[in-house]
Design a protein around this ligand. Structure first.
Ligand code: ADP
Ligand code: MG
Length: 228
């Protein structure tokens, strides 16, 4: 069964003579359970591909199907119900002026109407403590701390938990350990592997680290000048 199919995706920036062909006809099929690692030089279109899948910007042309349904015209927030995302920048992905527990609760209620109006329940807090314990970053005792007080690595690990809390159909990781120190990067990468395995997530991970790509990925894609 295919989770994702992209057909001839094109995204150009600027206009002639200064046109950038960020994606120049990308067709990809990703089956359920695959862990696809994407490598390629800087500027080859890796982030653009993930942004197009997530609906951050509109496509120039092409079709994106998720579970056999055309999602090309859906908004970013409509697609967010099915996708988990972690970016390179630890400042994105979490709300700095909200508590750790509130961030997790928001992620858990993704796609639901109720939001945080009913508060975070005791049962939820217990669940979050267990989740945070396994990060081994000292966050399980800081449920009420504002996320803005955390280090980049702690925030990135939290973002990963949030992105996978409701088992997305597809997990998108864009150099999500690149901004971290080596020790924390390795922790977050191990956690990624564990969460993906446990939940049988289908994953698309951009990385500039070939070792990470080979260790975690069961398929490797190289991008160059907007092509696979
Ligand atoms: P990668 O992630 O592989 O480093 P990107 O997808 O970020 O590459 O970028 C591909 C090309 O598109 C680059 O030349 C980049 O400068 C250009 N680009 C990306 N986003 C934009 C944008 N919002 N506006 C203009 N040019 C962009
Ligand atoms: Mg990039």
């Amino acid at each position: 069964m295919n989770i994702l199919e992209t057909i001839d995706l094109k995204k150009y920036y600027g206009s002639e003579p200064n046109i950038t062909r960020a994606l120049d006809g990308v067709s990809l099929t990703i089956a359920a359970g695959e862990f696809v690692a994407i490598v390629g030089t800087s500027g080859s279109g890796k982030s653009t591909l993930l942004n197009m899948i997530a609906g951050v910007y509109p496509l120039d042309s092409g079709v994106i199907e998720l579970d056999g349904t055309d999602i090309s015209r859906l908004s970013e927030s409509q697609r967010a119900k099915y996708l988990g995302r972690v970016f390179q920048d630890p400042m994105r992905g979490t709300a700095a002026d909200m508590q750790i527990a509130e961030n997790l609760a928001l992620a858990k209620r993704r796609g639901q109407r109720r939001g945080l109006s009913w508060g975070v329940t005791k049962a939820e807090k217990d669940e979050y403590v267990e989740l945070l314990k396994r990060l081994d970053l000292g966050l399980d005792t800081r449920l009420n701390a504002k996320v803005g007080l955390l280090s980049g690595g702690q925030r990135q690990a939290l973002t990963l938990l949030m992105a996978t809390l409701t088992k997305p159909r597809l997990l998108l990781l864009d150099e999500h350990t690149a901004a971290l120190d080596p020790k924390t990067a390795s922790k977050v990468l191990n956690l990624t592997e564990e969460i993906v395995d446990e939940n049988h997530l289908t994953t698309l991970m951009v990385t500039h680290n070939m070792n990470d790509a080979i260790r975690l990925g069961n398929r490797l894609i190289m991008m160059h000048e907007g092509h696979v």
